[in-house]
Write a protein that binds this ligand. Sequence first.
Ligand code: HEM
Length: 426
Amino acid sequence: MIPAALDATDPRDPLGLLDLFGAPFVQDPYPWLDRLRSESPVHHDPGTGLWLVSRYADVRHVLMHPDTFLPDNAQNAVTPLPVPVLRILVRAGFTLPPALANNGSPSHPGLRRLVTRFFNAGRVAAAVPVIERIADELLQPVLSGLDSTGDGDLASFAQTLPCRVLMELLGVRGIDPDTLIRWSDASLELFWGRPALERQRELAVLVADFHRWLTETVRGGSAPADSFIGALARHRLPDGSLLDVETAVGMCFFVFIAGQSTTGQLIATVLSRALAEPGMWPRVAGEAGLAEAWVEEVLRREPPVTTWRRVTARATEVSGVHLPAGAELLLMLMGSGSDPEVFPAPERMCPHRENIRHHLAFGVGRHRCPGASLARTEAAVALRTAARHLPRVRQAAGSSETPLLGLLSFRAPLRVAVEQNTTTDV
Ligand code: HEM
């Protein structure tokens, strides 16, 4: 039996009932994460076979020691892919060679530099007018809908903005953003979800299409020299050889997914938390720096990437718990942001928190997210622009029932329903 919510006084062992994909955990993970941190900080989860690491200090320690805690399993399918599903992927030539997040080999630093060049602080600052322009454009249909029906949904705005921005920054042309979003979301669900066989098949078809398109684009040789794909084609590995097509496609696969879905999820959470917080919506529109600080608090308390994986290279210990070689760890990034040892009163959204940027939502160390600056900027621009364009909206009634994306490592509201606020005190 799965409890409706975690009851801390339950004499049974509630952690034994933890289901990382179940509605109780997805809807309200905080009591579970609190209990994990205080009672079983390195906890073996029989449902997934993963060791859940939940204290801030332990998560940080693991990320800072990538030679002991390898990144090799970061992109493995958490739900095994049966033969008929694998066949669909194999037919499209799908492989996931070590490239970025799953690469602990000597090729990683060079490949990572290639990505960071496209998303460094200068490029992100220069992209702000582009982000604002796209945000303005994407809000127009929401505005018209509100005028005609009095209600609307900001979910599509949240998802489409990062996809369009990424396409501009990477120089990607000739593909509809909705298709890229569908492919990217399907990849997340196939590799980080618990889909049934029929659903796995449907998802594999989409992932195979995505992979075929990436392979054709990389092979085609028509990408401009200054685009991301053009840079991949010129990249030399440490032994002087050119990058193979499989790895180049693997790089694109990860960057396209990481660069849009996660940021879209962050924006959806940022908007819905700001709409739910009394008085916040009008303030973020005008108060300098508040949108940025709000984004930071959301990253700490309710990050879109809730967990990340590592695997032990050798037998080791974390918080006194022995881990054999090959133990697969699930770092509870979301739990680490609510660790009271680091963030006093973690349940309070506090945009003036002293150590506001100390959270681990983007990881830390050798694999720290190179898109952090872009994601932060996009989310702050999205929030400010939406609050300015839609000053008279409020969260729609019934929003507490909003369905959530609940994958092993990704969590966000699937709708951001708003309605016109007709009262005068806005
Ligand atoms: C809110 C949005 C995002 C979140 C929460 C996020 C989070 C993360 C996390 C947790 C990691 C793993 C860190 C580790 O293994 O130590 C990661 C890696 C990565 N992220 Fe992000 N990310 C976001 C947006 C982006 C964007 C916008 C891009 C690209 C434009 C991006 C590109 C990458 C890449 C390439 C890696 C692998 C880096 C490496 O292995 O060296 N991410 N991200």
